[in-house]
Design a protein around this ligand. Structure first.
Ligand SMILES: *Cc1c(COP(=O)(O)O)cnc(C)c1O
Length: 376
C-alpha cells in the first residue's frame, strides 16, 4: 500500500507521464512560454466542455475572482454578499477592491450559501452575490438567480472546487457550474479537480461585452498593445500550464468518476453511524467531491485527527476559522455577525483523503480506523 495523502499528485502524474512530458517538451521546443498556442487551444476546449461562450485564462483562481469583480464596474462601498464558510480568497478580493463583503449563512446540509440568508442581507447598496460551490456541489443556483433577477444583482460563481459539476433547473435544463451566473471563476491549483503543475485560473461568461472587459483587465487594461483604457492587472495562464491542462481536461470526467467512487465507499462504510453525518448531495446538483467532508456529532475532532494521523491517515479541517472571524475583516465588524450554522459547521467538519488514484487497501484502512476511533 502506498502511504496515504489527502491528494496524491505524484501517482496521478505517473499515470499520464508520457503525454504530459511530451506536451511540456513541445512548449520548451517552441519557446512560446507566454500566450503560446496551447493557451487558446485549452481555452477553446474548456469552453466546449462547459458549454460557455467565453473562457478567459488567467494566473490563478484568486485573480479570476478579482478580475470578475473589477469587470462589473462596482463602486467603493458597494455590498457583495458571500458565504463566510469558504476559502479566504472568495472574500478577500471583495475587500481588496474596497467593496464591502456581507457574510451570510450556509445551508447546514450542503455547506453552500443559503438563498433565504441572501435575501435577508440584500440592501439598496447590494450589487452582487458570490456563491461558492463548496467541496464540489453547486449552491442552489436557481434560487440565487431568481433573487438576482428580482433585485438586479450580478452573480459571480466561485467554481474553484466544483468544475465539471452539473446543475439541473426545475424545468429539467442542465448547466455546468460556473456558467450560470453573470461570470464564473475557477482555479487550476494543483490539488483542484482540474489542476495544473503550478498556478492557473480561468474566468467564464456568456456575455460578449463582459468577456472583452475581462480580457482587457487581465492584460493591463489594454485592447491594443501599449494603449491602456482602464486600470487592470497582469494575469496570464502560462503556456506550459495550458498544455498540461489540455491533457488533464480530457480525463476530467474519469477523474470525477474516480472521486465519486471513493465517496460511495466512504458513504457506505459510515452509513447510519450515530457520530458521523456523511455528505448530503442536493437533488439539483451532481457532486464532484473536491473534498469528502464529514460532520462529526458528539465527537472530539482533534482526538480523531490525532488518532488517524498515528495510523498513517491524514485528515484536514476546511476551514478552521470562517471568514467573518478572521482578523483580516476586523474593520468590517466581522464579530458583529451572527452566523450560528457557520460556527457550528466550523467546529464539526473534517475532511478525509480523496483523489483519483486511491487504492482499495487505503480506503479500507481509512474507514476501519475512523470506525475504530468511535469504539473506544
Ligand atoms: C482554491 C480556491 C480559490 C483560489 O484559487 P487560487 O488558484 O489558489 O488562487 C478560491 N476559492 C475557492 C473556494 C478555492 O477553493
Amino acid at each position: 500500500m502506498t502511504p496515504i495523502q489527502m491528494v496524491d499528485l505524484k501517482k496521478q502524474y505517473l499515470q499520464i507521464k508520457p503525454e504530459i512530458d511530451a506536451a511540456v517538451q513541445g512548449v520548451l521546443d517552441s519557446c512560446a512560454f507566454i500566450n503560446g498556442k496551447p493557451v487558446q487551444d485549452f481555452a477553446g476546449h474548456l469552453s466546449q466542455y462547459l458549454g460557455v461562450k467565453h473562457v478567459i485564462p488567467c494566473a490563478n483562481g484568486t485573480d479570476a475572482l478579482q478580475i470578475a469583480l473589477m469587470a462589473l464596474g462596482l463602486q467603493p462601498g458597494d455590498e457583495v454578499i458571500t458565504p463566510s464558510f469558504t476559502y479566504i480568497a472568495t472574500t478577500e478580493v471583495i475587500a481588496l477592491l474596497k467593496l464591502k463583503p456581507v457574510f451570510v449563512e450556509v445551508d447546514q446540509q450542503t455547506f453552500c450559501i443559503a438563498p433565504d440568508a441572501i435575501e435577508k442581507a440584500i440592501t439598496p447598496r447590494t450589487k452582487a452575490i458570490v456563491p461558492v460551490h463548496l467541496y464540489g456541489q453547486a449552491a442552489n443556483m436557481e434560487a440565487i438567480m431568481n433573487l438576482a433577477k428580482k433585485h438586479n444583482l450580478y452573480v459571480v460563481e466561485d467554481n474553484a472546487q466544483a468544475i465539471g459539476s452539473d446543475f439541473t433547473f426545475s424545468n429539467g435544463e442542465k448547466k455546468k457550474t460556473g456558467t450560470i451566473g453573470t461570470i464564473g471563476c475557477t482555479s487550476f491549483f494543483p490539488s483542484k479537480n482540474l489542476g495544473c503543475y503550478g498556478d492557473g485560473g480561468a474566468i467564464f461568461t456568456n456575455d460578449d461585452h463582459l468577456a472583452a472587459q475581462l480580457k482587457m483587465i487581465a492584460n493591463h487594461g489594454q485592447r491594443v498593445k501599449y494603449y491602456h483604457d482602464v486600470v487592470g492587472c497582469n494575469s496570464r495562464l502560462d503556456t506550459i500550464q495550458a498544455a498540461i491542462l489540455d491533457i488533464k481536461l480530457k480525463k476530467l470526467d474519469d477523474y470525477i468518476g474516480a472521486r465519486q467512487k471513493v465517496a460511495d465507499f466512504y458513504n457506505k462504510a459510515f452509513a447510519g453511524h450515530p457520530n458521523i453525518t456523511t455528505p448530503f448531495t442536493a437533488g439539483y446538483t451532481t457532486h464532484v467531491f473536491h473534498q469528502y467532508t464529514l460532520i462529526l456529532n458528539d465527537a472530539d475532532r482533534d482526538a480523531l485527527h490525532n488518532f488517524l494521523a498515528a495510523a498513517g491517515v491524514p485528515s484536514m479541517i476546511y476551514y478552521p476559522v470562517p471568514a467573518h472571524r478572521q482578523k483580516m475583516f476586523d474593520s468590517f465588524e466581522g464579530d458583529s455577525y451572527q452566523l450560528p450554522v457557520t460556527d457550528w459547521l466550523t467546529e464539526r467538519v473534517i475532511s478525509l483523503p480523496i483523489h483519483t488514484e486511491m487504492e482499495a487497501e487505503q480506503l479500507t484502512l481509512i474507514t476501519t480506523k475512523v470506525l475504530e476511533f468511535f469504539k473506544h
